[in-house]
Design a protein around this ligand. Structure first.
Ligand code: AMP
Ligand code: GLY
Length: 421
């Protein structure tokens, strides 16, 4: 099969490495990809949002399967464009990707179908939002821009002033552009966070092994929120009992709710959960694999990913038995110094070759470019170093062992992945 991967980060590299394990995959392309991906797949220079050019490329190159990995092209209807052209594509249609693209939509969906989530109100103007916050008078309070904001559209305000500033920066100053035309103001929840990615064809839902993301930039959960600085799988807080409760109260009801709304979701649905003292609640949905969750979940997948994609597209997911490796995986993200704010690019990366020799580790490339036989940094998150082992401690030891061989100017990584709550 000729397969086209759309996207350019560490998640896409992890998907590509997994697809390459399939005997069915004969030719793999990636648009637009990155330096590391260029060593594993043929790079196609088409911007990630260019639906027309993507479809044209797929037609001209006899593509049998397209995998759309990032949120923006999904929200913009990339899957619909391929389907209209008769090309098989893995991912949700535009009308289902809204579950991530609009927080107002997802909150209203959960309320309507009794899916546990934080209490909330939505607003389309800053004045009534600020009035509500004043009367509510409970802190911390959580303020979320409605639309996609690179994982940065959530502000946890500790007092009225911070809340008012947050509302104004989103709705008046339009810090996240159109994403801030509406906001959600919601109750602050506490408890361990769990990421559960699930395959679904709209008829059945098959959760993958659980994971835990570390979103803050620095050790001890200090610093700004990032796209994710490291992950572990499984999540130690996610017991079999909690998994069953989530299946019954969250996963199945969500799939059914989307069907009821005429927005059948097919692809990978990501449940961002918080295990609160009153039970698991949904913090957010994503319409795609998480990054860097994919970098710990996919290495544990034992079933052919091409077969799973086909089953999802054909709505035959219930026929497939999806198998997972026992043990654990850990991923440490190596970022450019200054990420997620200001950082420099173009630093030469050394130590990647030796690192390849650490058995059981994989280096996924997120923001790199490849020139004249050398890798250079080309983004905020640069590499994701994953190890799979019999248990979490061994996976972490291996991953950090591999990280210690890699270096570039101003590189930064957290030293406590898998060690914080
Ligand atoms: P989101 O983009 O919705 O995943 O939010 C980003 C992060 O903000 C989450 O991973 C949580 O750590 C935090 N967060 C979001 N909503 C809440 C909430 N209602 N209560 C507490 N923390 C939250
Ligand atoms: N790691 C969080 C996300 O992919 O949204």
């Amino acid at each position: 099969m000729n397969i086209l991967m759309i996207g350019s980060g560490g998640r896409e590299h992890a998907l590509i490495k997994k697809l390459l394990e399939s005997p069915k995959c004969t030719k793999l392309y990636c648009a637009p990809g990155n330096g590391g991906i260029s060593r594993d797949a043929e790079i196609v220079n088409i911007p990630v949002m260019d639906k027309e050019k993507m479809v044209e490329f797929a037609k001209n190159n006899a593509i049998d399967l397209v995998f759309v990995a990032p949120d923006d092209p999904l929200a913009d209807g990339m899957i619909d464009a391929f389907e209209d052209a008769g090309i098989r594509a893995f991912g949700p249609n535009k009308n289902a990707a809204i579950i991530e693209a609009s927080k107002v939509f997802s909150k209203d969906l959960m309320k309507k179908y009794n899916i546990p989530t934080a209490m909330y109100e939505t607003f389309d103007n800053s004045k009534s939002a600020v009035e509500f916050i004043k009367i509510n008078d409970t802190y911390p309070i959580v303020i979320k821009a409605d639309g996609l904001a690179l994982g940065k559209g959530v502000i946890i305000a500790e007092n009225f002033k911070e809340a008012e500033d947050a509302v104004n920066s989103i709705m008046e100053d339009k810090k996240f552009g159109e994403s801030g035309n509406h906001i959600v103001v919601e109750e602050f929840l506490t408890g361990p966070e769990v990421s559960v990615l699930a395959f679904t064809d709209g008829k059945c839902v098959k959760p993958m092994v659980s994971s835990k993301d570390h979103k803050r930039a620095y050790d001890n959960d200090k610093g700004l929120n990032t796209g994710g600085m490291g992950t572990i799988s499984p999540n130690p807080y996610y017991t079999d009992e909690i998994a069953k409760e989530c299946m019954d109260k969250i996963f199945v009801p969500t799939i059914k709710a989307m069907n009821q709304e005429g927005r059948t979701f097919k692809g990978c649905l990501y449940f961002g959960l918080m295990l609160t003292p009153t039970g698991p609640k949904v913090i957010e949905y994503n319409a795609r694999f998480g990054d860097p969750e994919a970098q710990v979940v996919l290495p544990r997948l034992d079933t052919d990913l091409v077969d799973i994609c086909q089953a999802v597209i054909d709505e035959k997911l219930s026929d497939i038995d999806i198998k997972w490796k026992k043990g654990a995986a850990a991923c440490v993200v190596i970022a450019s110094g200054g990420y997620p704010v200001d950082y420099e690019k173009g630093k030469e990366i050394s130590g990647l070759d030796e690192n390849g020799q650490v058995e059981g580790t994989i280096v996924y490339h997120a923001g790199t470019k490849y020139e004249n036989g050398k890798f250079y940094t080309n983004g905020g998150r640069v590499l994701g170093v994953t190890a799979v082992a019999d248990d979490l401690d061994s996976a972490l030891e291996k991953a950090y062992g591999a990280v210690s061989k890699i270096s570039f100017e101003d590189m930064h990584y957290r030293t406590d992945i898998g060690r914080t709550k």
